[in-house]
Design a protein around this ligand. Structure first.
Ligand code: UDX
Length: 424
């Protein structure tokens, strides 16, 4: 239920593994596209997988669940759980999906929660919704850990499969849908599975904010974050992943889940102080980039700045909580004239940027006449630009702020750029 980034990947991968999958999508425009084998967002390899599953008649799409449930054994709920303006998690889509199943399933089935829901939600659903009807359904929490852009790879090669539940038969049924996938299966209670999902994202966010703070210190003491992170990460107890300093984390999950986790934790009587600081450090990292540009340019008023990259990371068209988008907005507010571009997120960025930010399709045009450029997303297209040619179309003082520490620093300095990185 739900053909978003999690639901559609699950549907396509399960169909590809030989299961018969009905994918329910409530948005008529989205459903129409899906029926035509058109994936409404970019995810590497997903289009091909959906097409092949449709061709083999293992996958079908529908907007209406009633009538389709009679021979269904397992329902995966992959509804969105956006943040509410007040900070809590909006569970209305999840509850709608569960209610629909409860109302229309004539036989007992296994309800598998894929959506990220606050600890305690599964217990409440079992008590308030599943426990009430005449048909007894089983409930399993089975969080996903898929990265955007790598979701299909991550589905088939997970580090672990978490199954939270009590009913041994239901646990076995969920194990079976992952048959053939070589990963440890961790069985636990429902609430622990819910906490595990939030805690994993919180820890990843913590690593990113941690290394960003160390990078900021490196700038002040004259150390190099690349060398520091390498030395720190090679300690096996720490690990090399998520130690890339930059503009901070964005996307649909880390920002939403860290905020949701801190909020829900407070509701339960515990103040997650460390996580709250991680969130603050992440927000400050974006403002710091604006300050750095302002300092390098001697003020932002009347200066022209190019923002290269609007997707929250390379390999996706997703711009949710993207540092590039926010920094472009902040620069415009501070009086700079801003041009922005992205190889994939152009369409999604239209309408989200203030009208004074000029959205350009091609990097060279965006850089034309700019006093400074910010690399906000480390797309290969940007890293491999002909930087000597870029130098010839930009204007003094030729500032480059490499917000992802991905550009060839020495070469850029050699070409006469005024290069700044993050902790470099
Ligand atoms: C994340 C989790 O990785 C995944 O397990 C979960 O299911 C969903 O959220 P995703 O949102 O696709 O996945 O993004 P991810 O690849 O984790 O990157 C998140 C952000 O952190 C990006 O903005 C990225 O640029 C940033 N990041 C990541 C860093 O700044 N430094 C790093 O070292 C790693």
């Amino acid at each position: 239920m739900g053909a978003g980034r999690v639901g559609l990947v699950a549907a396509a991968c399960l169909a590809n593994s030989g299961h018969e999958v009905i994918c329910v999508e409530k948005d008529p425009a989205r459903l129409e596209k899906l029926i035509q084998a058109e994936v409404p967002f970019y995810e590497e390899g997903l289009g091909e997988l959906v097409e092949s599953a449709l061709r083999q008649r293992r996958l079908s799409f529908t907007g209406v669940l009633p009538g389709r449930l009679s021979d269904v054994g397992i329902v995966l709920v992959a509804a969105g759980t956006p943040l509410l303006p007040a900070g809590g998690v909006d569970l209305s889509y999840v509850y709608d999906a569960v209610n629909e199943v409860v109302q229309h399933a004539p036989q007992p089935l296994t309800l598998v929660m894929k959506s990220t829901v606050p600890p305690g939600t599964g217990v409440a659903i079992q008590r308030d919704l599943l426990g009430k009807g005449s048909v007894k359904h089983s409930y399993i929490s089975n969080p996903e850990f898929l990265r955007e852009g790598r979701a299909i790879h991550d589905w088939y090669h997970p580090d672990r499969i978490v199954i939270g539940g009590q009913d041994a038969e239901a646990i076995q049924r969920v194990r079976e849908i992952y048959e053939g996938i070589n990963a440890p299966v961790l069985v636990m209670d429902v609430t622990s599975a819910e906490v595990a999902k939030y805690a994993a994202n919180a820890f990843l966010a913590t690593k990113v904010s941690f290394i960003n703070e160390i990078a900021n210190l490196c700038e002040l003491v004259g150390a190099d974050i690349d060398a520091v992170a390498r030395a720190v990460g090679m300690d096996h107890r720490i690990g090399t992943h998520y130690l890339k300093a930059g503009l901070g984390y964005g996307g649909s999950c880390l920002p939403k889940d860290t905020n949701g986790f801190a909020f829900v934790s407070a509701l339960n009587g515990y103040d997650l102080r460390l996580l709250k600081t991680v969130i603050e450090v992440n927000a400050a990292q974006r403002r710091r980039a604006v300050d750095k540009l302002s300092q390098a340019l001697g003020g932002l008023t009347g200066k022209r700045v190019a923002v290269l990259g609007l997707a929250f990371k390379p390999g996706t068209d997703d711009i949710r909580e993207s540092p590039g988008i926010e920094i472009a907005r902040l620069l415009a507010t501070a009086g700079a004239s801003v041009s922005a571009c992205d190889p994939m997120a152009w369409t999604s960025a239209c309408g989200l940027l203030p009208p004074e930010v000029e959205l350009v399709t091609e990097a060279f045009s965006a850089l034309q006449g700019c006093h400074a450029a910010l690399l906000a997303t480390e797309w290969e297209e940007f890293i491999n630009l002909d930087w000597q040619k870029v130098r010839s179309v930009m204007r003094a003082p030729y500032v480059i702020l490499d917000g992802r520490n991905a550009l060839p620093r020495d070469l850029l300095r050699q070409y006469g750029f005024n290069y700044h990185g993050v902790g470099r």
